[in-house]
Design a protein around this ligand. Structure first.
Ligand code: UDP
Ligand code: MG
Length: 330
């Protein structure tokens, strides 16, 4: 650290690598993470910093992070958010602080082995500005794995984003991508997809995947559905278009059905149970209309969140030994 009296500020050489880790109620796994993460990073022999972002944890995670900060003040920085904003916004808060020219994101639960960070960095050294990962031998439940496969396939068809495993959060980004993301001001950003839109030379590498080391997943089916709606509606209006097209087809089909019933009635007299047939059609149409309204609501909701222009997150405290990040990053 060089002290520069003229501006009375500390000038710190930025590290090469910033590791950003979102933490939400992870007290059970943090000790094991600290143990493996620092060892793996020290072994790389590159200058690094770790930016932990506490996403409004209700357990002892903030305390454990404070202790770790005191133990490894040289490379540890902690952002404490005032409440829970979700994994992607927590990562965004970490991005705002990251100073490295390469930024790596990782989950706290050791599902992404820290020992494999070098694999991502090697791909960056080879000239890629965005390195995604494909989870080898994915260790999640059967239903979750298959739902994820389905959403990946859907995303591949409805957006311009080309990747094999958008749910894998172990990734590396060049700092220009991180800067573009923090400037984007989107309140419901799906980070892997957003980064892809700014990348020049993206690639994916295979990374091992482990079962969660301790604690429970922070995603319920509901929050997962929310997240994937963010992905679909954030990067494509194909769902809206498909819906309009579907609406036209359904309208056409019901018109044909009406003509058919009318013709049959005229030829053979009143049918046995027309009420039943009518109800079936009406319920189907109501279902379609409600789904459409919901879909429209997703887009309107995004516009609402955006025009409200609230801060995306509020940093309650920052444990740091160095000056705040480059203001250009904000
Ligand atoms: N996480 C977070 N905020 C949330 C939910 C999750 O910061 O609201 C963090 C969590 O602590 C973990 C990562 O995001 O580091 C992935 O969460 P989790 O392992 O529960 O998700 P899963 O692996 O089940 O998709
Ligand atoms: Mg996990």
């Amino acid at each position: 650290m060089i002290y520069c009296p003229r501006f009375s500020a500390h000038v710190v050489t930025p590290p090469e690598i910033s590791i950003v880790i979102p933490v939400y109620d992870e007290e059970a796994v943090l000790p094991a993470l600290f143990e493996r993460l620092y060892r793996a990073l020290d072994a790389l022999g590159r200058a690094y910093e770790i930016v932990f972002v506490d996403d409004g944890s209700r357990d002892r995670s903030p305390l454990l992070l404070r202790e770790q900060h005191a133990r490894r003040r040289d490379v540890t920085r902690v952002v404490l958010l005032n409440r829970n904003y979700g994994q992607h916004m927590a990562i965004m808060a970490g991005f705002e602080q990251a100073r490295g020219s390469k930024v790596v994101t990782l989950d706290a639960d050791l599902q992404n082995p820290p020992e494999q960070i070098g694999v991502l960095l090697a791909a960056m050294d080879a000239g890629h500005d965005y390195v995604g990962s494909v989870r080898r031998g994915r260790q999640d439940r059967f239903l979750r794995r298959n739902a994820s496969r389905l959403v990946n396939a859907l995303r591949e068809r409805t957006t311009r984003i080309r990747m094999n495993d958008h749910g894998s959060m172990m990734r590396a980004y060049a700092s220009h991508i991180v800067r573009s993301m923090t400037r984007s001001r989107e309140t419901t950003a799906f980070i892997p997809a957003l980064a892809y839109t700014y990348a020049v030379n993206p690639v994916e590498v295979e990374i091992a995947h482990a079962a969660r080391a301790a604690g429970r997943s922070k995603y319920s089916w509901l929050t997962l559905a929310r997240l994937n709606f963010d992905l679909m509606t954030g990067f494509s209006i194909v769902p809206l278009r498909l819906f309009s097209l579907g609406g036209c087809l359904v309208a056409l089909a019901s018109a044909l059905l009406f003509i058919y019933h009318l013709a049959r009635g005229l030829m053979h007299g009143p049918q046995v149970d027309p009420v039943f047939g009518l109800f079936t059609v009406v319920f189907f149409l109501i279902g379609v209309v409600l789904f459409g309204l919901g879909l429209l609501g997703e887009y309107v909701g995004r516009i609402y969140l955006q025009v409200r222009d609230h801060p995306r997150f509020v940093v309650a405290a920052m444990l740091d030994t160095a000056p705040a990040a480059d203001p250009e990053r904000r």
